[in-house]
Design a protein around this ligand. Structure first.
Ligand code: KET
Length: 397
């Protein structure tokens, strides 16, 4: 029956993470997947999130289905987090938000929405981007192209080329943008660059689709939502998928959302209706538990500041690891420029290592980074940073 089913080539991130799990070497180091590990190499259970979960469990009763769009308290709390509680777009009823199965689920529901209502639209993703973006949009039947983004020569942004690409893009093209902490490069637009970019997107009637998976890992919660708020201020219609996997260390609970900012409240009603229809025909409605934990953390006056402080601590630990890695490597290879370790933002460093060098890191040193050269700096700790630096120096020498 299934002889025509071809073998799965695997996923560049998840399959490598699986290979790490099976590696018998006791000194192995996992810098592959975008997960924050603490200084003991463990995925933290944040105290704020744990306290919220206990409250949710204590109050738990019957388990009806959630509505197709998810829990109302979760959706409102997400809107406040993304837009700021008093944003004019929220007050005027132009923003619709649904709870999704991780932000991956938000990207998928958004991609299906685009395919249905803008069937001719192409999706433009940054070169490079998160490995799964292309798969999600192509999976919805859309054509995916890329726009210039990372400049390998300078380690910076090809902003002029990026703007030029936008100026040539077909009307209603979807422009996938990383709201902060670009994955995999760690290179973000400055505020001034966002201010220059958005009018171009608006004038050319392009459809921004923002992906916010690392809120709080670049800067404060508000600062990392800058692009979202500026887009809403500018009267642009856009989509945004956001995640709590990293910011609340709730990876397996699959907590995310999809929001669409519409031109007016009537269109918003119809857009929400079609998102619900899409959810119904895919998975009917989202799960309850994780979303209720998130809603509790975001709205509880004691837990919210605790959580924000915990995210600051995670961010600062990553910065400290960037510095240590930089210091050790620079001492051993003083003639080369490794400043990218310090300037790139968020969980990742884009090391510029070739696939062969990445393979050598894995095979000879048990250090796992993606073959694209992306290293998850959030997997470094005081116990493995020296070994990682030594391994890198070896493959670079
Ligand atoms: N967007 C981006 C940019 C992203 O890096 C991830 C996850 C997601 C969305 C999906 O997050 P979710 O848990 O569905 O809310 N990235 C890491 C894990 C993965 O690939 O699934 C990673 O890049 O390693």
């Amino acid at each position: 029956m299934f002889h025509h089913v071809e073998p799965y080539a695997g996923d560049p991130i998840l399959t490598l993470n699986e290979a790490f799990g099976k590696d018998p070497r006791s000194d192995k180091i996992n810098l592959s997947i975008g997960i924050y590990f603490d200084d003991d190499g463990k995925i933290p259970m944040l105290p704020s999130v744990r306290a919220a979960e206990l409250k949710v469990v204590a109050a738990a009763g019957a388990r009806p289905y959630l509505p197709m769009e998810g829990a109302a308290n979760f959706r409102t709390a997400v809107q406040d987090l993304l837009f700021g509680s008093d944003h004019a777009a929220l007050r005027s009823g132009r923003v619709v938000t649904i709870q999704t199965v991780g932000s991956s689920g938000g990207l998928k529901v958004g991609a299906d929405f685009i395919k249905r209502y803008f069937p001719q639209s192409h999706v433009l993703v940054s070169d490079p981007t998160w490995d799964n973006h292309r798969a999600v949009f192509e999976g919805s039947g859309l054509t995916v192209e890329s726009y210039p983004y990372y400049d390998a020569a300078t380690g910076g942004l090809r902003f002029a080329d990026m703007l030029a690409a936008m100026s040539k893009a077909e009307k209603h093209s979807v422009i996938l943008l990383h709201a902060c902490c670009h994955n995999p490069t760690g290179v973000d637009l400055t505020r001034e660059q966002w201010q220059q970019l958005l009018p171009v997107l608006k004038a050319r009637e392009l459809i921004p689709f923002l992906d916010l998976a690392y809120q709080g890992y670049g800067s404060s919660m508000d600062d990392d939502a800058y692009a979202i708020r500026l887009s809403a201020d500018a009267g642009i219609s856009f989509l945004v998928a956001n995640s709590f996997s990293k910011s609340m260390s709730l990876y397996g609970e699959r907590c995310g959302a999809l929001s669409i900012v519409c031109p007016d409240p009537q269109q918003a009603v119809n857009v929400l209706g079609q998102l619900k229809a899409n959810v119904r025909r895919n998975y009917s409605n989202p799960p309850m538990h994780g979303g209720q934990i998130v809603a509790r953390v975001l709205t509880d006056p004691e837990l919210r500041p605790l959580w924000e402080a915990e995210v600051v601590a995670m961010r600062e630990r990553i910065l400290a690891m960037r510095q240590r890695l930089y210091d050790v490597i620079c001492t051993r290879l003083p003639d080369r420029d490794f400043s990218y370790f310090l300037t790139q933002r968020g969980m990742f460093s884009y090391t510029g290592l070739s696939p062969i060098q990445c393979d050598r890191l894995k095979d000879e040193h048990a250090v796992y980074i993606l073959r694209s050269g992306r290293m998850c700096v959030a997997g470094l700790n005081n116990g493995n940073v020296e070994a990682t630096a030594t391994a890198m120096v070896d493959v670079l020498s």
